[in-house]
Design a protein around this ligand. Sequence first.
Ligand code: GLN
Length: 183
Amino acid sequence: MREHLAVLRGLGADAVPVRRAEELDTVAGVVLPGGESSVIDKLSRMFGVADPLRRRIADGMPVYGTCAGLIMLADTVLDAIDGQQSLGGLDVSVRRNAFGNQNDSFETDLDIPQLGEAPVHAVFIRAPVVESVGERATVLASLPDGRVVAVEQGGLLGTSFHPEVTGEHRFHERFLDRVRTAS
Ligand code: GLN
């Protein structure tokens, strides 16, 4: 979360941490960070932010999810723990921990024409993949083997990887553009 706040502030946004429903009312967009999606799910329900977040997403608030954040945005989560829920919004199925133990962390460069010519240096940490992309969502990036690792749908953006740790700011810029257009 700290890295996302730093990137957003560096891009001129008035970024604040959101932990409670009242704080959610004060923001025009949300970044859902990495971490452990089953824990994020539990805590967000316990603190009463899950339902307000679902309502804001349904109302069109821009959201950018990285890694566990992408899992939270997915309509369907595969290999979830028992009872794990997502917020949903993105018309995709996402599989948790899709790279197995051997490959659980790796880095690679991705071509993402929508973000410009320079490749995106992507860091994957126990990352999910997008296993199926519904009609409403668009693929932004895939690995050379075809597995989808970045998607968007209107104001919703999700990446399996962590651009916030490598000085890659283009996803956050894209998210902030959506926030400015939506608000
Ligand atoms: N494996 C984690 C999960 O299932 C995601 C890891 C991450 O966010 N870096 O939630």
